[in-house]
Design a protein around this ligand. Structure first.
Ligand SMILES: [Zn+2]
Ligand SMILES: [Zn+2]
Length: 108
């Protein structure tokens, strides 16, 4: 069947569209990250980051230790660090854009 929401082909035997399921759970995760942003900006907590093979750093989803904000799955991160909000330039563009987006939403 074809998903009525996003138009993706859904393989027989699956009851729901995998793409929409991922998007929905990601929305849930982003709500959680947004709730954490004020504490992060105040320096009370820090997001974890991990580095991929291309030497870019990604922000890890709080509550999902293997998933990055930009949707990558980091199965066994070799390099982990804490997000330095004053030095976002080393973070991948997608993760950084999301971070700015959430900060703007929080500051509204
Ligand atoms: Zn869909
Ligand atoms: Zn990323």
């Amino acid at each position: 069947m074809i998903c009525g929401t996003c138009g993706t082909y859904v393989p027989d035997g699956l009851l729901s569209c995998p793409k929409c399921t991922i998007t929905k759970s990601k929305d849930g995760f982003m709500t959680l990250q947004r709730a954490l942003i004020p504490a992060v900006l105040e320096g009370r907590i820090q997001f974890n980051t991990s580095r991929d093979e291309a030497m870019r750093w990604h922000i890890m989803l709080a509550g999902a230790p293997k998933h990055t904000w930009c949707g990558m799955v980091v199965a066994s991160p070799r390099y982990r660090s804490k997000l330095d909000v004053g030095n976002l330039i080393k973070v991948c563009a997608d993760c950084r854009a999301l971070f700015h987006e959430l900060v703007n939403e929080v500051k509204k």
